[in-house]
Design a protein around this ligand. Structure first.
Ligand code: CA
Length: 440
């Protein structure tokens, strides 16, 4: 399951000099995919691969070089901007293309002259969603988040008894998923304070973010045919950052008995870059249960999942208010956590999602749920960081926040690092709140 090969060699360098900067998210060991075009142009969307601060345009690269019969076939959908068609080919194509691109982008490659003309600075590119998102499911794998939020909503009964047995999730809304940089309009919803006789319609006063990862499905499964946990990762194409925007006051009133609805369905932001399982391979870690917790049922268990089914990914959230932006202050880091604390692994989520026969398809998206850490100050949402709005956060500008105000920008970031491996990152997932429409 280690999956390491020469594309992971930490000593590999690229002829794209910015990819050799130790601080870059996109060294030659990463090579994530995005759908992009030159900013302001009307050219067709195409798929690119990040290398340093550049994008390798696979539409141009297909024309500029000869790639051999097999790789040329892989490049056809990518040149046409159809990542889902490539995703549906499964892990073999993805691994094969990674090997080919790694060689082409290495120092000393004879393709350099041809491919130099296929680079676009990321700062001169605009990005779209990586593919059409088919169905979207949001899980709830952050046990520290589930416990903290459970305490706020149900002080005497924070973690329901099914949590340690079932990977909890709900079917979300795919139509309102947007790419990083898209403004998020403050939603209207039914609000009802504890002392109000009746609810009223108004813009949410408790707009919040949720720090999550999103897992894009590549090859699907047929309806009625569960995916065994041992094969589940073959259906996982890649990972993005995901912000599950949430209206906490709407949620508190509507969530029983069927769970979140309008409090979650107005917007979900994902990052443009899709980081592949191959890029994450050096950062696998053992999946372990806390002593005293039940072991997963057999359909959610395998030796491979136990040995290396979890991933060491550092996650963080930054906040920048409009006033901070005007003053030239960067996003202020609110917290950090790690995906290795997730209660379930990616393989378990896919195995569970399909065990009843549900079919997944290329471009389906599974959210991880909010990844809060075990410690104080590691909440992956403002709801947790402010104790349900009772303890405001003070920012570098002197402003305070409980929940988000119009003009506030939230930025999610993630990276992986360990001795003996090259550090990789996920880029950025940004969204900013804009004023609600006038109440109806
Ligand atoms: Ca969520």
């Amino acid at each position: 399951m280690s999956g390491l090969d020469d594309t992971h060699d930490p000593a590999l360098r690229s002829w794209v000099e910015s990819a050799n900067d130790p601080a870059t998210d996109f060294p030659i060991q990463n090579l994530p995919f995005a759908r992009f075009r030159r900013a302001g142009s009307s050219e067709a969307w195409r798929i690119g691969v990040a290398i340093g601060d550049q994008v390798l345009d696979l539409c141009l690269a297909r024309e500029q070089c000869s790639w051999g019969r097999v790789a040329s076939a892989w490049l056809v959908p990518l040149a046409a901007g159809d990542l889902a068609a490539f995703m549906a080919l499964g892990p073999g194509a993805r691994r094969g293309l990674r090997a080919v691109l790694s060689v082409a982008l290495r120092e000393g490659s004879d393709r350099r002259a041809a491919l130099e003309a296929c680079l676009v600075p990321q700062s001169a590119a605009e990005f779209a969603l990586p593919c059409r998102i088919g169905d979207y499911t949001d899980f709830y794998t952050g046990i520290h988040h589930a416990t903290a939020v459970g305490k706020l909503f149900r002080p005497d009964n924070p973690l329901l008894p099914n949590y340690r047995w079932v990977p909890i999730g709900y079917h979300g809304r795919a139509s309102s998923i947007v790419v990083s940089g898209t403004p998020v309009r403050r939603p209207l919803g039914q609000l009802k304070g504890p002392d109000d006789a009746a609810p009223h319609l108004a813009p949410t006063q408790r707009l919040d973010h949720e720090l999550e990862l999103g897992f894009l499905i590549g090859s699907g499964n047929a309806q009625g045919e569960p995916v065994p946990v041992t094969q589940a990762e073959d259906h996982w194409f890649g990972t993005v950052l995901l912000n599950d925007w949430s209206a906490r006051d709407v949620q508190a009133w509507e969530y029983q008995p069927l769970g979140p609805f309008l409090s979650k369905n107005f917007a979900t932001t994902i990052s443009p870059w899709v980081v592949t399982p191959e890029a994450l391979a050096p950062f696998r870690v053992a999946f372990e249960r806390l002593a005293g917790d039940p072991q997963p049922l057999p359909y959610l268990d395998s030796p491979g999942n136990r040995a290396a089914g979890a991933f060491d990914i550092v996650l963080e959230v930054g906040l920048q208010t409009a006033r901070m932006r005007e003053a030239g202050l960067p996003h202020q880091r609110l917290m950090q956590s790690n995906f290795r604390d997730s209660y379930w692994t990616i393989a378990q989520l896919i195995a569970h999602h399909t065990v009843g026969g549900c079919n997944l398809g290329a471009g389906d998206l599974l959210g991880s749920g909010t990844q809060s850490g075990p410690g104080e100050g590691q909440g992956g949402s403002l709801l947790e960081l402010t104790q349900g709005g009772r303890q405001p956060i003070t920012l570098a500008s002197g402003e305070t926040r409980t929940f988000l105000q119009d003009g506030d920008s939230i930025e999610l970031r993630a990276h992986c690092e360990r001795p003996g491996a090259r550090r990789i990152g996920f880029g950025c997932c940004e969204g900013h709140a804009i004023a609600a429409v006038k109440p109806l």
